[in-house]
Each structure stands twice: as structure tokens, then as C-alpha cells.
Design a protein around this ligand. Structure first.
Ligand code: NAD
Length: 497
């Protein structure tokens, strides 16, 4: 299957069948490719080529740049099924979610095409007669993109669709766990570039297949003015200071530890469905997965009982075959999940689920039943992001305490409240409420739309991607003062005669 899909997506066998680095599918642990990892010198050479490409591309009018992204969106529409299947095969999320990821790519292309005609700045009143001021936005340079395994294509597209219309070239270092998805995206973009014609330079977009050392070379290079890095907080802790040392800019999209406050007035049918999708879906491997349920003490027993029933009915299996939950990415993720569950038990937590599934059928595939862990308090274990389907359940009596628990973790990505009490709902999204980048009412914490700015606070890194005014991150701002008078008045009324 892999060969058919790769061929249709335009990736040649030599690109993914030659090399020492073995790529496996989490579905059953079998090999699906072999690639060559690039060293630091190759990264250097790519950066030099990206600089040249930038010089040419930044001169193409922005709406024309938008036309390239429109063509890329068309390629994605045409190949949605194949790319979605590849996402599923390489990172293990179910096909519906693989397709959903590709849909997000299409959506951001549409947004970026419109944005290509709206890269506008402000005009500002000058304090001096015969003067005006304005803000201009200029292309930035080669943009370095580092991405995580669990969203192998969409975050690249959120960044690159906007970065391209803003006049920049691209250097993408994907996760070493999902390089085939990157090769496929690159092949589709190259098809769009071919259709677009000569105005698009060679090496406008490049993929760096490498490990964290290749990433570090990209991160350290002053020719790359912006690093947009998606991954763990551990990675962000390494990347952020290195970029800052050379006064580069970064967009950091790091770990989350997302909560739902479930109030007694909530519509429980809706809430249970939302919990199921956001806690168990994607096998708990979304940055926005629900990890903490803060439920009012009066409904705790009922909610936990309903959840256990729902969890017991979750169909777990091959992500291509219509199941609801696929495998974890690898054995290491499984070990980390088991060790968190053991620790929770030792600390007095009550664990439901979490066992390995289908081990006979897939000895090298790590399928688990999603776990519910009732804990007494929010301790260090709960505050830590274990990237697996574990839902910690805690209860509250006062809404203010629930809010404090929502915020009392190092991460600040996503959050939500289920309530029909308007005071609770509005407080949650007020400055006194959730401290997260995303705060939702009566909808789960995962599955954001691309129209809004996506990202989080605190150890989630503070970056924003996707919609709203995020395009500005991929441009440099310039303030212009223009004197159209015959005088030279100084600002602040200074006399210098
Ligand atoms: P990871 O941090 O292990 O790797 C992410 C990427 O960073 C990979 O491409 C890796 O090669 C690279 N990398 C690692 N160390 C580096 C370094 N020192 N310098 C440069 N590059 C380096 O993350 P993962 O396991 O692939 O993904 C899961 C994590 O990502 C979770 O914590 C999840 O919450 C987070 N995530 C966050 C978002 C978000 O938008 N906030 C989205 C997806 C995933």
C-alpha cells in the first residue's frame, strides 16, 4: 500500500527506499521506508540555497505568491485521500483524523490565498505638519520549521502557507518519526510550483531529513530569522535560548496539559461525547488532548460511571480500518504511559483501563485501552504531560477552586468549561479565568479551527500559528515617516538650530 500511495503523491522510490534510517509504521511496527539522514554540512548548504530562493521569491508580488498557495491547495484537495492515508500509516492516528489533518492544510491554504491580498499596515497620524507615518510589512527571510510526529503535516502547512504568501522561503525539519509525510508534502508543493512557472525559484521549499542535530544547526544559524518549532517542552527549552542568543525570533508550540471544568448545570450528554473525543481520540496524542477532568463533586460519580461505560465500548484497532483509537507511536510511549499509571496507583489513584491491547496480533504495535485515573489531588504526576491517553479525574466544590486547578499546571495550551451558567462561562473566558491560549465554552479542548490564532502560554511556549493576525509573525515590520513639506521640523518640538 505504501508504494502505491507514495507513487500517487509523487515521491520516488529512491527518496524513501534508500538509506540507513528505518521508518516504521506504529500500526504493526513494520518497515515502510529507509531514508538518508542529513548532516550539518548538508543543512548549511540548504540554508545558503534558501537564502537565494528568498531573494527571488520576495520580489514576486504577494497576490501572485498567493496563486502558488492556491495551486498547492488544489493539489491537496486532489490528493487528500492518499495524504490522509499516509498520515495514518506513519503516525497511527485513525484515517478520519488523518483526513482531518489534510483538510486543515486545505483550509489554511484558502485563508493564506485571501491573506496574500491583505498584507496591509497602518497609517498613523504624525505630530509634524506635512508628514505622515505608516507601517509597512516586508518579507522576512528563510523560515526554519521543526515539527512533531503527532501532527506530521498540518502544522507545517499552517506555517508554510502563510510564510509563502508573506514572501519567504522554507526549510522544514520534520520529526524523524514521520519523514515520509514530509517528502509527500514537498512533492505536492513541487507539483504546484511546476504548474505555477518560473517566477517560483528553485529551493523555495526544502525538507531536511535529520535528527535533532540537524534541527540544532538550523536553530543556530543567523541566516534563518524565524524558527517555528512544534514539539515537547523539553525541545523548546533547548531551542528557545539558542535562537534568542543570536537574536532570532521563534514561534514555540510545545506541550499542553489541558483541562475541562465540568459544572453541575452542564449538558452531560454533550460533555461525555466531548471527553471521549478529546481524551481518548488520537490515542491521547494531541497537544490539545484532554488530560484533566475537574468535575463538580455532586456529579462526579455519575460522570465517572458514564465515562467508564463509554470507554469500555471504544473500538481499538488498525487505524485504517474504521476503529476509533489506533496505536501509540512506539514502545517508548507505551512504557511512559505504564510508568505514569503505576505511579498513579502507588500514590493512591484508582486506575481504570490502560492495558495493552492486541499484543498477539501486533507484537510490535502498541495499542492500549485509554485510561481513566481518579486522583485525590493535582500532584506532580498530574501536572506533567504524559503523551498518552490518560485522563486524570479530580473533583471540586467551588467554581473558583476549579479555575485555580485549571491554571495550576506549568503548561497553558487549551482548556474548556461545560456549563449553562452564564456567570461561570463568562468568568472562564475573562481575564480572571483560564490562563490558556485557548479557552472554550461547551466544546472540548481539542480540534481547533484554523481561523483563530492557535497556541498557548507558559511552558507551551507563547507562540501562535494559523489564523487571525498570525501572518505578521512571518514578516518584518517597518515604521516609515514621510516628509512631504519644505520644512524639517524635529519630533517632540526639539530645536536644533
Ligand atoms: P519532540 O520534542 O520529541 O520532537 C519535536 C521535533 O523537535 C522533532 O522534529 C525533533 O527532531 C526536534 N528536536 C528535538 N530536539 C531538538 C533540538 N534540540 N533542536 C532542534 N530540534 C529538536 O516532540 P514529539 O515527541 O515529536 O511530539 C510530541 C510533543 O509535541 C508533545 O509534547 C506535544 O504536546 C507537542 N506538540 C505540541 C503542539 C502545539 O501546537 N503546541 C503540536 C503538536 C505536538
Amino acid at each position: 500500500m505504501i508504494d502505491t500511495v507514495m507513487q500517487r503523491l509523487g515521491v520516488t522510490e529512491s527518496q524513501y527506499r534508500q538509506g540507513d534510517f528505518i521508518v516504521t509504521t506504529p500500526t504493526d511496527g513494520s518497515e515502510i521506508g529507509r531514508i538518508k539522514l542529513e548532516g550539518a554540512d548538508a543543512v548549511d548548504a540548504r540554508i545558503a540555497r534558501a537564502e537565494q530562493a528568498f531573494k527571488q521569491w520576495s520580489q514576486v508580488p504577494a497576490p501572485r505568491r498567493g496563486e502558488l498557495v492556491r495551486l498547492f491547495g488544489e493539489q491537496l484537495r486532489r490528493h487528500k485521500q492518499d495524504l490522509g492515508a499516509l498520515v495514518t500509516l506513519e503516525c497511527g492516528k485513525i484515517l478520519q483524523e488523518g483526513l482531518g489533518e489534510v483538510q486543515e492544510m486545505i483550509d489554511i491554504c484558502d485563508l493564506a490565498v485571501g491573506q496574500s491580498r491583505q498584507l496591509f499596515g497602518l497609517t498613523i497620524a504624525s505630530e509634524r505638519p506635512g508628514h505622515h507615518m505608516r507601517e509597512s510589512w516586508h518579507p522576512l527571510g528563510p523560515i526554519g520549521l521543526i515539527t512533531a510526529f503527532n501532527f506530521p503535516v498540518a502544522p507545517w502547512a499552517w506555517n508554510s502557507a502563510l510564510a509563502l504568501v508573506c514572501g519567504n522561503s522554507l526549510l522544514w525539519k520534520p520529526s524523524e518519526k514521520t519523514p515520509l509525510c514530509a517528502l509527500a508534502c514537498q512533492a505536492l508543493l513541487e507539483r504546484a510550483i511546476e504548474e505555477f512557472g518560473d517566477e517560483a525559484p528553485q529551493d523555495l521549499s526544502q525538507v531536511i531529513l535529520g535528527d535533532h542535530e540537524a534541527g540544532e544547526r538550523l536553530v543556530d544559524d543567523p541566516r534563518v530569522p524565524l524558527i517555528s518549532a512544534t514539539g515537547s517542552t523539553r525541545m523548546g527549552r533547548e531551542v528557545a535560548p539558542r535562537v534568542a542568543t543570536r537574536f532570532g525570533r521563534s514561534i514555540l508550540e510545545l506541550g499542553g496539559n489541558n483541562a475541562m471544568i465540568l459544572a453541575p448545570s452542564a449538558d452531560l450528554d454533550m460533555a461525555v461525547r466531548a471527553i471521549l473525543f478529546s481524551a481518548a481520540g488520537t490515542a491521547g496524542q494531541r497537544c490539545t488532548s484532554l488530560r484533566r477532568l475537574i468535575v463538580h463533586e455532586s456529579i462526579r460519580d455519575e460522570v465517572v460511571e458514564r465515562l467508564k461505560k463509554a470507554y469500555a465500548n471504544i473500538r481499538i484497532g488498525d487505524p485504517m480500518e474504521g476503529y476509533l483509537v489506533g496505536p501509540l507511536i512506539d514502545g517508548q510511549a507505551y512504557e511512559q504511559m505504564q510508568s505514569a499509571l503505576e505511579r498513579a496507583s502507588k500514590q493512591g489513584g484508582s486506575v481504570f483501563g490502560g492495558e495493552r491491547q492486541l499484543a498477539d496480533a501486533y507484537p510490535n504495535g502498541y495499542y492500549v485501552s485509554p485510561a481513566i485515573v481518579e486522583v485525590k489531588e493535582q500532584d506532580d504526576l498530574v501536572r506533567h504531560e504524559t503523551f498518552a491517553p490518560i485522563l486524570y479525574v479530580m473533583s471540586y466544590s467551588d467554581f473558583e477552586d476549579a479555575l485555580a486547578m485549571n491554571n495550576d499546571v506549568p503548561q497553558g495550551l487549551s482548556s474548556c468549561v461545560f456549563t449553562t451558567d452564564v456567570r461561570e462561562a463568562e468568568t472562564f473566558v475573562s481575564d480572571q479565568g483560564s490562563d490558556c491560549g485557548i479557552a472554550n465554552i461547551n466544546i472540548g479542548p481539542s480540534g481547533a479551527e484554523i481561523g483563530g490564532a492557535f497556541g498557548g502560554e507558559k511552558e507551551t511556549g507563547g507562540g501562535r500559528e494559523s489564523g487571525s493576525d498570525v501572518w505578521k509573525s512571518y514578516m518584518r515590520r517597518q515604521t516609515n515617516t514621510v516628509n512631504y513639506s519644505r520644512e524639517l521640523p524635529l519630533a517632540q518640538g526639539i530645536k536644533f538650530d
